[in-house]
Design a binder for this molecule. Structure first.
Ligand SMILES: NC(=O)c1ccc[n+]([C@@H]2O[C@H](COP(=O)([O-])OP(=O)(O)OC[C@H]3O[C@@H](n4cnc5c(N)ncnc54)[C@H](O)[C@@H]3O)[C@@H](O)[C@H]2O)c1
Length: 254
C-alpha cells in the first residue's frame, strides 16, 4: 500500500498526490469523448490549482486539452491560446498559489472570480464548496461543469444550470478517484506501478461519465439525480444477487 502511495509520477510528485486530479481529468476527457469533441480543440477553465486543480490541469494539458484559465486564491490567470501548465505548476507555493513575479509571457491576470465566466467548454471548480450559486451560475459559459471540489455547486445553481443545458458532473463521481483508488490499493486490486492505477481509474471514470451523459442526452435531468438513481439500482441489484440461492437447491442430510 505504502509503495503505491509513494510511487513517483512524471512532474516530480507522488501518485498519492495526483491521483484525485487525474480522476478529474479523466472525467473531463470522458465528457469530450462522449460528446465527440476533439480534445485539442476543447478548452477548460479550472478554479483552484492545488492538489485537485493542479493535478487535473497537468493531466488535461498532457492529453492535449487547452487549459485557458486557472485561478488560485489571488486571482485568475488567463491565456486564450492555452496556458503553459507545467511552467505555472513550477511557480506554486505550498498553498497552491502561483508566484506572480515570474509568470510566463502572455498570461493575463484577472480578478479571482473571473474564472467562473471564462469562455471555455468545460469549467472545473476545484477550490471551494458553493463556488457556483444562484447569484453567479448565470455567468457560466461552459457547456459542462465537472465538480472537483466537494459541493462545488449549490442545489439551486445545479438545477438552474441543468435547466439551461449545462450538465454538472457531480462531485461524488468526478472527484471520487482518490477514494476509489485507495480502496483498490488496499484490496490489492492495483499494484505499486502507477500505470496500473491510471489504467483502472481512466477506464472506470470514463465509463461512468459516458453512462451519465447517455442518460443526459435523453432526459436532461441533473446528473446528480441520475447518478444517485444508477447507484441505487446498482446497490439493489447487488443485494438481490447476494440473497439469491446459488445453483440447484442442496439436499439436506439429516
Ligand atoms: N485533495 C483531495 O484528495 C480531494 C479529494 C476530493 C475532493 N477534494 C476537494 O477538492 C477541493 C480542493 O481541494 P485541494 O486538496 O485541491 O485543495 P488545495 O488546498 O490543495 O488547493 C486549493 C486551491 O484553491 C485555491 N483557492 C482557494 N480559494 C480560492 C478561491 N476563492 N478562488 C479561486 N481559487 C481559490 C488555492 O489558492 C489553491 O490553488 C476541496 O473542496 C476538497 O474538499 C479534495
Amino acid at each position: 500500500m505504502q509503495a503505491g502511495l509513494n510511487a513517483p509520477v512524471p512532474g516530480g510528485l507522488l501518485l498519492g498526490d495526483v491521483v484525485g486530479g487525474y480522476g478529474v481529468a479523466q472525467a473531463c476527457l470522458g465528457v469530450a469523448s462522449a460528446w465527440d469533441w476533439d480534445v485539442r480543440e476543447t478548452t477548460v477553465a479550472i478554479q483552484g490549482i492545488g492538489t485537485m486543480g493542479g493535478g487535473a490541469a497537468w493531466y488535461l494539458h498532457e492529453a492535449g486539452m487547452k487549459v485557458v484559465a486557472v485561478a488560485d486564491a489571488a486571482g485568475t490567470l488567463y491565456a486564450p491560446e492555452g496556458l503553459d501548465v507545467p511552467a505555472l505548476l513550477e511557480l506554486r507555493d505550498r498553498f497552491g498559489e502561483v508566484d506572480r513575479t515570474r509568470l510566463p509571457d502572455g498570461v493575463r491576470v484577472l480578478p479571482r472570480d473571473s474564472v467562473v465566466g471564462i469562455d471555455a467548454d468545460i469549467f472545473v471548480p476545484a477550490a471551494i464548496s458553493y463556488a457556483l450559486r444562484p447569484d453567479n451560475e448565470n455567468l457560466v459559459k461552459a457547456k459542462v461543469v465537472v465538480e472537483a471540489a466537494n459541493a462545488a455547486t449549490t442545489p439551486e445553481a445545479e438545477a438552474a444550470l441543468s435547466a439551461r443545458g449545462v450538465a454538472v458532473v457531480p462531485d461524488f463521481v468526478a472527484n471520487a478517484g482518490a477514494a476509489a483508488w485507495a480502496w483498490w490499493l488496499l484490496l490489492g486490486e492495483v499494484g505499486a506501478d502507477p500505470a496500473d492505477s491510471f489504467l483502472r481509474l481512466r477506464t472506470e471514470m470514463q465509463a461512468k461519465v459516458a453512462l451519465l451523459l447517455t442518460e443526459w442526452n435523453m432526459d436532461r435531468l441533473p446528473l446528480r439525480i441520475t447518478g444517485l438513481r444508477l447507484a441505487e439500482a446498482n446497490r439493489a441489484q447487488r443485494a438481490e444477487a447476494a440473497l439469491a440461492p446459488e445453483g440447484e437447491p442442496q439436499l439436506l442430510i439429516p
